[in-house]
Ligand binder design. Structure first.
Ligand SMILES: [Zn+2]
Length: 281
C-alpha cells in the first residue's frame, strides 16, 4: 500500500486566524522554500492549493506543476464547509478548480476542505465534488482529538456511493488505533509535536498492515520565525497551539520522505479496487 505526502498550500494567518486577512508574501516564500526542499529530496507530492494563494502567487503554482507535483484544490477562500450553503460551496470549488486549471493546463481531480471541515453537517459536499468532476476527496478526519471529524467514517480509502448515483474516492486523514480510539497521526500539528520515532512507528505499522498512509503539512510549518514577525496580537494559547514544534518539523519531515518514498494522491485514488461505502446521510 502507498505512502502519500500532501501539502495544503495556504497562508497561516489567513487560513487559521481570519479568512479576511490578506495572503502574505511570507506564504509564497515558504512554499518556494518547501519546493526547493522537495527538489533536493527528489520527491513529488500532492499540493492542495488555496485559490487565494494561487491568485497572489501564480508563478509559484506554475512551478508546482512544472516540477511534477500534483495540482489539487483546497477551495478558494478557506471558509469551513459547514459555514457555506451547497450553492456557495459549489461556487468556491468551481472558482478554485477553474483558476488552477487555467494556470497549469492540468485537470484538477482532488480536493481537500479547509481544516478537514467535511463533517456530518457538510457531507453533502461530496455530491457537489463528484458533480464538479473531482475523482477524489481527502477532507475527512475519522479520528478523535481533532477540532472537526467524522469518527464513524471508514479509516481507510473507500469508493463512496453517493445519493446522486455518482461515485467519489475518499482518502481520509490517517489515524492510528490505540486504546480503542483512532488518533490522528498524519501531519500538521501532530507531526510538530510527536517525536520522530513515534511518527516512524505509525507509518511503518500502517504500511505493514497493507493500509495507506496519507500525510499532510503546510508551508508555514517550515517557518519557525513567523511568530516573531506578526503584525497583530496573538493570544498565548493560539501562539502555543499554532507555533509549538515548528523548529523541529523540517528534520522529521525530511526523515519521513527519505524512509517512505511518497506516491501522488491521484495515483492512490485511481487504484480501482477500493471497497464501496454508502454513507448514511
Ligand atoms: Zn487549509
Amino acid at each position: 500500500m502507498s505512502f502519500v505526502c500532501t501539502v495544503d498550500v495556504e497562508d497561516w494567518a489567513q487560513s487559521t486566524i481570519d479568512t479576511n486577512l490578506p495572503i502574505t508574501g511570507r506564504s509564497g516564500r515558504n512554499m518556494e522554500y518547501l519546493l526547493d526542499l522537495l527538489e533536493v529530496e527528489d520527491v513529488k507530492v500532492t499540493c492542495f492549493i488555496l485559490g487565494k494563494f494561487a491568485e497572489k502567487f501564480p508563478e509559484c503554482v506554475k512551478r508546482i506543476a512544472t516540477e511534477g507535483h500534483e495540482i489539487a484544490s483546497h477551495g478558494y477562500g478557506h471558509v469551513d464547509l459547514f459555514r457555506l450553503s451547497p450553492a456557495e460551496f459549489r461556487e468556491d470549488v468551481q472558482r478554485s478548480k477553474g483558476q488552477l486549471e487555467a494556470l497549469t493546463g492540468v485537470p484538477v481531480k482532488g480536493y481537500r476542505a479547509p481544516c478537514f471541515s467535511l463533517v456530518k453537517d457538510s457531507i453533502w459536499a461530496l455530491d457537489v465534488l463528484a458533480e464538479e468532476g473531482f475523482v477524489y476527496d481527502a477532507s475527512i478526519n475519522p479520528g478523535v482529538m481533532a477540532r472537526f471529524g467524522l469518527s464513524d467514517w471508514p479509516p481507510q480509502p473507500v469508493m463512496v456511493n453517493l445519493p446522486s448515483g455518482l461515485k467519489l474516492v475518499e482518502l481520509p486523514l490517517t489515524t492510528l488505533q490505540m486504546l480503542g480510539q483512532r488518533f490522528p497521526v498524519a501531519g500538521g500539528g501532530y507531526h510538530r509535536l510527536l517525536p520522530w520515532l513515534f511518527i516512524q512507528y505509525a507509518v511503518k505499522k500502517t504500511l505493514a498492515g497493507g493500509e495507506a498512509f496519507v500525510a499532510y503539512c503546510h508551508p508555514y510549518e517550515f517557518d519557525p520565525d513567523e511568530f516573531s514577525h506578526l503584525t497583530f496580537p496573538l493570544p498565548l494559547k493560539t501562539r502555543l497551539h499554532q507555533g509549538l514544534g515548528r523548529k523541529g518539523f523540517e528534520a522529521k519531515f525530511k526523515k519521513m520522505l527519505q524512509e517512505f518514498k511518497p506516491a501522488l494522491a491521484i495515483d492512490l485514488a485511481e487504484q480501482t479496487n477500493w471497497p464501496v461505502y454508502t454513507p448514511v446521510l
